[in-house]
Design a protein around this ligand. Sequence first.
Ligand SMILES: *Cc1c(COP(=O)(O)O)cnc(C)c1O
Length: 469
Amino acid sequence: MKYVSTRGGMNAQAFSDILLEGLAPDGGLAVPESIPQISAQTLETWRTLPYHALATEVLSLFVTDIDRTTLASMTASAYCKESFKTEAIVPVRPLYDGMSLLSLSEGPTLAFKDMAMQFLGQVFPYVLKQRGTTLNILGATSGDTGSAAEYAMRGKDAVAVFMLSPHGRMSAFQRAQMYSLQDANIHNIAVKGVFDEAQDVVKALSGDLAFKSKYRLGAVNSINWARIAAQIVYYFHGWLRSTSAPGQEVSFTVPSGNFGNILAGHIARSMGLPIRRLVLATNENNVLEEFFRTGIYRPRGAAQTFATSSPSMDISRASNFERFVFDLVGRDAERVAGLWRELSREGFFDLSAMKPELDRRYGFVAGCSTHQDRLATIRAVHARTGVLIDPHTADGVKVAAKYVEPGVPMLVLETALPAKFSEVIEQALGMPAPLPAGLENLESLPQRFTVLPCDVASVRAYITEHAST
Ligand SMILES: *Cc1c(COP(=O)(O)O)cnc(C)c1O
């Protein structure tokens, strides 16, 4: 399997070659040259596989330049009971009215980012070692991604993580989760600024090409293809666990931000998995919902992006969306390049003429949810089932309810555990969310972090001193 760019300007490359890169050289995103097809018979043979073995089957279709035995040992280490606290890795929990939760948040940081990041924590060190090089991952975080990256890379060879976080602006739980890591290769840098300013420092340093190459800076952002590939696995798992016969259809609802999670569902469906609907749920930041309703894509700037109670979905420019548009326009890279030129010129593009095809061929529908909806949904799910859901999952359940059809199981992707967003749970139910077993003392553990001014020179000096060589 080789990878090409959505904008056509990259020679076909192997998985390991695109693994450590960000954008393709032409500004596009890496996509598989063709989509592997899974027959109904093959699917049936996967029914009894444990999660890690299923991951080996699915990933081996996309990762053809790493031998299968090595890949199998990576998935076994990534998806183990020690990290996910449950034999199932991804349990399916019934709610009501045909809806169930696909629980993607049993990993070390209690959010679905672990599903992909745990695999990166295996494949990055392997490929780096093979190439005799090292990588210093630089990022800024306001929560989920940064901590998932740190837990995946902690103690790993050939990789160090430099994660900027806004000093004094994360919840006590999030701080404890990241700063309590004592591994020498994890560097928590609390900068005296807000998240956007931290992000600007990261952009400036990654944009300094001489510095970037001298210190081998890399990222683990949401456009990384390996993350998408690892996420495809749980759509297969969800289907296998909620059907009993070939061809039976299942719908999935996905709380969406950067379009990474639901893109993996789109690929699973393109591979032949019998998915009826892919329901895209947004919060008040509804750029994607608007696209699937109208065919017009109009991203918004930071000033028009609301800060909501499902903060990991406060995104108005979905970095993975281009990969779906590539498929929608018949994998025509020139057309994609043209659309993105139009986007930077006009601020939007209009594919409403393709709306009938969009509806007919891809199974997408969309809906949005508000703060009041989240509170009401958290209350309703708790009252009817005793299950506590987090605000992002609540956006999903709210929108899913509209699209449930008789005889078609509806799996709502649980993207975080409520303990991560306890203030919202308290607002909805008058009580905080309980901490998962083993994490009760997290906030009293010793913390290890460095406070720096939020400027390029200070962070540059810190990296120069501590980068892995
Ligand atoms: C990242 C994240 C999302 C959004 O996922 P995308 O892949 O960006 O669409 C939703 N919920 C939670 C809790 C997240 O951390």
